[in-house]
Design a binder for this molecule. Sequence first.
Ligand code: UD1
Ligand code: UDP
Length: 383
Amino acid sequence: MSKLKVMTVFGTRPEAIKMAPVVLELNKYPDLITPVVAVTAQHREMLDQVLHLFSITPHHDLDIMSQGQTLFDITTRAMQGLNQVLAAEKPDIVLVHGDTTTTFAGALAAYYHQTAVGHVEAGLRTGNKYSPFPEEMNRKLTGALTDIHFAPTLTSQQNLLQEGTPEANIVVTGNTVIDALMATVDKQYVFQDELLSRINFSSQKIILVTTHRRENLGEPMRHVYQALREIVREFSDVEVVFPVHKNPRVRDVVKTELGCTERVHLIDPLDYQPFANLMARSYLVLTDSGGVQEEAPALGKPVLVLRDTTERPEAVAAGTVRLVGTDREKVHQQTRQLLTDSEAYQAMSGACNPYGDGLASRRIVQTILFRYGYSGVKPEPFA
Ligand code: UD1
Ligand code: UDP
C-alpha cells in the first residue's frame, strides 16, 4: 500500500496556529503519510511568526500577500498558485481550516482537481451571510465542497446536520486551537519583550485588546477605541495592551484614537507564545477575533466580543463571553462593570472550555488513517 499524501493548505495567522498541531501530528506517521504543507501566505509576517514558532517549513509558499489586497486579489492569486501545486503534488486529500479566503480557495482548487477535501473547524455558523464578512460564506461554501467535516463541537455538528450533511461525513473532534494553547501556555513563561516584562500583573489590571474584522473597519473600531480612552482616564490601575493587526486600515484608526494615550500600549502583533501567555495573565479581553474567543474562556478570562454576531455560541452560553458590539456607550459600560462589580467579574471568569481537550489533531489524523484503510481503529469523538 503506497503512502497517503495529505496536503495542508493555509495562509493566515489563525489558520496557521490551528493547523500547526495537525501538521505536527501528520509528521508522526512517516511510514503511512507523506505530509505536504502549502501556504498561500495571504498573511506574510503574521504567518511567518507562527511557522517559526512551530518549526514548520512549507513545501510550497505562494507568497500572495499584497498591501491593501482585495478579496478578489486573494481568491484569484490563491487559486492560480494552488492549481500548480495540486497538479504537481497530486495529494489524496487536502486539508483546509476555518473560514478565510485561503480556506475557500483551497477547497475550490482541490475540488477542481477532483481531490478530496477535509475541512478542519467545520460547521460554525452565524446564519448571517454578511456577518462575519466574508467568513460566514467562506465557511459555508467550503462546507459544500467538503468530504470529511471535522466539526469542533456538537453545536457545529448540529449546524451541518441541519443543512443536510450526511452524519457519516462529520466527526466531532474538539478545536485544534486548544491543542495549540495547551502546548503554549506556561505559568513559568518569562516575557522577552521589554514592555511585557515590565508590567506588574498583580497591581495593574491588564485589558488585552485585538481588532481586525472587515465589518468593523472605520467607525465601529473608532467607537471602541474612544470607549477605551475613557476607561483608562477613569481607572488609574488599568493598562491596555493592544497588539495592533498589520492591516493599515486598522493601524491608522488605532493611531489616531489611541496614539500617545497614557497606559495604552500599542505594539506590533505578538508571537503566539507571548500572546497566549499575556492572555493568561490579563484581567479582561476585548476582541473581535474568533480564535481569541475560544482561547480566553479556557484560561478563565472574561471576553467582551466587539461584534454583533458570533459563530461561537458555546462560551456565550457558559457565561464567559458577552457579545457587546461596537457601540461606544455599551463597550464603555460593560467594561466599566467588569472593573467595578466583582460579582459580575467572578461570574464570567470561571474557566470554561467547551472547545476542546487538546486531542483534536490526533482525532483528525486518526480519522483520516481510518477512512483510507491505514488503521483499523476508529477514534472516539470529542464529547
Ligand atoms: C484575514 C481573514 C480573516 C481572519 C484574519 C486573521 C479573509 C477575507 N480574512 O483578515 O478571516 O480572521 O485574516 O487575522 O480571509 N497585513 C500585513 N502583514 C501580515 C498580515 C496582513 O501587512 O502579516 C496587511 C496587508 O496590508 C493586507 C491586510 O493586512 O493586505 C489585510 O489582510 P487580509 O488577509 O486581506 O485581511 P485580514 O483582515 O487580515
Ligand atoms: N494572536 C497572536 N498574536 C497577536 C494576536 C493574536 O498570536 O498579537 C493569536 C491568538 O492567540 C489567536 C489567533 O492569533 O490564536 C487569532 O487570530 P486573529 O484574531 O487574527 O484571527 P481570527 O481568529 O479572528 O480569525
